[in-house]
Design a protein around this ligand. Sequence first.
Ligand code: NAG
Ligand code: NAG
Ligand code: NAG
Ligand code: NAG
Ligand code: NAG
Length: 573
Amino acid sequence: MVDNNHKDQRPLSYDKSSKPIFSFYLSSSSPCSFTAIIILLIFFSYFLYSFSFITFLHPYSPSRISNSLLVPVMRLGSSQQPDEKTELKHIVFGIAASSSLWKHRSQYVKTWWRPNGEMKGFVWLDKPVNDTVSFSSDLPEIKISSDTSSFKYRYRSGHRSAIRITRIVSETVRMLNGTEYEKHVRWIVMGDDDTVFFPENLLRVLRKYDHKQFYYIGAPSESHLQNLHQFSYGMAYGGGGFAISYPLAKALEKIQDRCIERYSDLYGSDDRIHACMAEIGVPLTKEAGFHQFDVYGNLLGLLSVHPQVPVVSIHHLDVVEPIFPRTDRVNAVKRLMIPAKLDSASLLQQSICYDKTRQWTMSISWGYTVHITRTYMPARMMEVPTRTFNDWHKRHDFTNVAFNTRPITYTDCQRPRVFCMSRALNDSSSGTTISEYLRHNEWNPKCEWGIQDPSDINRIFVYKKPNPDRWNKAPRRDCCRLLPTTKKGTMVINVTACEDDEIVAYSDKFIDFYDNHWIGPKCTIIRIVQREKSLVPSNRSTSAPVIGFAIEVSLNSEALILLVATSKAQPKL
Ligand SMILES: *[C@@H]1O[C@H](CO)[C@@H](O)[C@H](O)[C@H]1NC(C)=O
Ligand SMILES: *[C@@H]1O[C@H](CO)[C@@H](O)[C@H](O)[C@H]1NC(C)=O
Ligand SMILES: *[C@@H]1O[C@H](CO)[C@@H](O)[C@H](O)[C@H]1NC(C)=O
Ligand SMILES: *[C@@H]1O[C@H](CO)[C@@H](O)[C@H](O)[C@H]1NC(C)=O
Ligand SMILES: *[C@@H]1O[C@H](CO)[C@@H](O)[C@H](O)[C@H]1NC(C)=O
């Protein structure tokens, strides 16, 4: 009861003029006040003694220690239970939509929305829609945004719906004001009608933060130019979705209408939020699981190498190709929701392993794809997304994305074979998920390497136990191992958490070759398999022209194909 006693002492340690007793003691020289202090101290000691005696005789809890820890927490005076985890019922979604697109876009919302009160939130439209399909019980309730014609909008080629959409936060706060539900709301989460959320992962991210404080959580764009010129690296992009803690949403509501008048020359709704956050002084808390996806083309490269954080959202699904081949966009999202239900925490999480008999590298994005590549590719390369997509300004320039990328392949022989998730189920007898991946790319370039063609595989099964707690620990990639199978054209892989000492390395021996120097054990070069400029991984910081070689070497009677780069004309053989 130490803490408790200190609190109880406090009123006693102040005299009527609210001066602490300590300063009173220092400033006093009269013997009379000295006696008073002695009496006070005796009284204190007695008080302390009797209080601890009472609590000793009447412990009102089996564990006095834990109780003394709990008391100050309870005193923070929240009506909510202090340690109740954030659940869906604590979130209010604000979905920015328009009457003209709602019929189509509502199909995306249906893929993640949990009806029957499991989720709380509203779709905000510019005007009522006359379409019975849209008023489905599988969808959030529709609200019509209030009139914004009195607000200025001066961005030249933009759309003034940005004002209506940015005010969803304020309108939500006003709507909840004074309601019974307001006591429960912790977060307002904004998204577009073409944003697909993974709700369990959204919860995993929000649970890391204290909703009673001011938080603005989201992610910038993938496009460096978008962040650099028009918007900001410090802005949460609206399509990727963002979360505002309720106290911050209330603070924003107070200023938002006047604030957005000061920024009438901005383009969007999300940069208006960012501008007002800057006025309040709250920075963006970046969470890499929110995905604006300001890209064109195919998300394959990005979704096959997701950062090691839970995937919270995907966006721009009408702009990019369907995320699974040979199906439409909405059905592709529905397919991704199957593994999302089985092991949401592990969705799109990568694991890398080698088939040492066939010299293949396997990269798994759980619930989405398996890539098989000829030769042993180092983990640091496999962690980098391939350029299956185009940048937002369609410039084919990969200095315009705000992260590392690599070409899909350096040579035809190393073009990966991609297998896409087709089915996933929960094997309740073993508590394991089984997901099936089918080969989809038929293109089969000529390759003269003496390494078996991964196109001989048609179907891959991946076993994996769900791991809902993975994000409560330090992040680490999963490990994968090949399981034996006699079935032709089939591969079976087991994905698990890595053992402490388990690593992804193709050999115990360290091999590197650069500028004619072998580092590591001596190996014999069998032949140069291929020699061309296209093999060069990237521009090296060397003035000499760089040439790439694929060479086959023999190391401890194992044949390996290695890619090497040299600034010399040809490696010494
Ligand atoms: C809605 O659609 C129905 C049938 O197409 C039509 O009869 C009705 O007038 C429409 N209502 C509005 C408000 O446009
Ligand atoms: C909430 O309701 C109270 C009482 O009606 C009112 O005084 C206050 O201004 C309202 N606040 C907001 C943000 O609407
Ligand atoms: C999978 O099966 C196990 C064992 O029966 C069960 O506990 C678990 O809830 C199931 N998971 C899902 C997502 O259905
Ligand atoms: C996968 O590996 C884990 C951990 O080693 C093991 O417990 C499990 O039985 C394996 N699954 C299969 C299908 O072999
Ligand atoms: C890489 O080198 C090529 C050829 O010298 C040059 O055209 C290109 O601009 C370089 N790219 C970068 C990103 O430096």
